[in-house]
Design a protein around this ligand. Structure first.
Ligand code: SF4
Length: 276
């Protein structure tokens, strides 16, 4: 199969592929918009997505210099206000001073392009680089689950691969990189993930092989996942004859929280947060 020449890989579409080849095909290659609800209750889910997007915007503006007082005035919702106050009070300590919100990274990979958009990059050029990702999920996922997410693998890999322009044109070494997941509902319990050369080389092989594998599939080889639990929160359930009723939001978060069970490797990024 030949992917469209302008097709770009990112952590979300690679995660979809790893979770279910068929979902990748439906969403990104066939671009089928299937009218279904991902999570029930839908209105509450939409509200949380909207508030999550709002918090990301506020943090971005704050990082760029908009005053706390001015941003305080736009907060209308109690949950958003709680998240915002948590951010102000519990911003991960000891971040490098040079801050780049919404940083874009791009690099060629196996004949295509891999892109990443980081919520925040904090850097002391030549010394230390910290990727921060703001999460507004209702439950805090396990470290093991986060380590295995494509987001973790792609973001840390990409800052080494394509981040030298932020480091005075000097290469960034894996050992200089740290990734922090900060949880608005668990502000005092961020997850800090180090990086090293062994993991960087493993990510390089893994990501190149993954893209080459996708490129090598024929149209009929995008199989449905055999892990039916992954279908519960997938918009294509009825199309795939995997049920019609959306999963409950509480059940979703319970599975994320207790996700030492990797069968609960669900659509966290798509459901928990929209593309900010
Ligand atoms: S419903 Fe299940 S099989 Fe179909 S695309 Fe979604 S995850 Fe894959």
């Amino acid at each position: 199969m030949t992917l469209p020449t302008d097709f770009q890989f990112n952590q979300a579409n690679l995660q979809d592929y790893v979770d279910c080849r068929r979902r990748f095909q439906l969403r990104y290659l066939l671009q089928i918009a299937w009218p279904a609800i991902g999570v029930e209750p839908a209105l509450e889910h939409e509200r949380l997505l909207r508030l999550g997007a709002e918090l990301h915007r506020m943090i971005q503006q704050h990082t760029l210099g908009v005053s706390e007082e001015r941003l305080n005035r736009v907060v209308q919702d109690d949950d958003l206000n709680r998240w915002w106050q948590n951010y102000l009070q519990f911003l991960p300590a000891n971040l490098p001073q040079e801050r780049h919100p919404e940083t874009l990274l791009s690099a060629p990979i196996a004949g295509h392009r891999l892109v990443a958009k980081l919520d925040l990059l904090a850097i002391n050029p030549g010394e230390r680089v910290v990727i921060v990702d703001w999460k507004t999920s209702l439950r805090r996922p396990s470290k093991r689950w986060l380590v295995e997410r494509l987001q973790t693998r792609v973001y840390r890999y990409m800052i080494v691969r394509a981040g030298s322009y932020l480091n005075r044109s000097e290469p960034i070494h894996p050992e200089q990189v740290e990734m922090i997941y900060w949880f608005a509902n668990y502000p005092g319990r961020p997850e800090r993930l180090d990086y090293d050369d062994v993991q960087y080389k493993a990510d390089d092989v893994f990501l190149n092989c993954l893209v080459a594998e996708i490129e090598g599939l024929d149209e009929g080889e995008f199989d449905l996942t055999d892990q039916n639990e992954r279908c519960r929160y997938c918009y294509y359930r009825s199309l795939c004859l995997r049920g019609v009723k959306a999963g409950e939001i509480d059940g979703f978060w319970e599975e994320i929280r207790s996700s030492n069970n990797h069968d609960a490797d669900l659509e966290f990024d798509q459901i928990a947060e929209s593309e900010y």
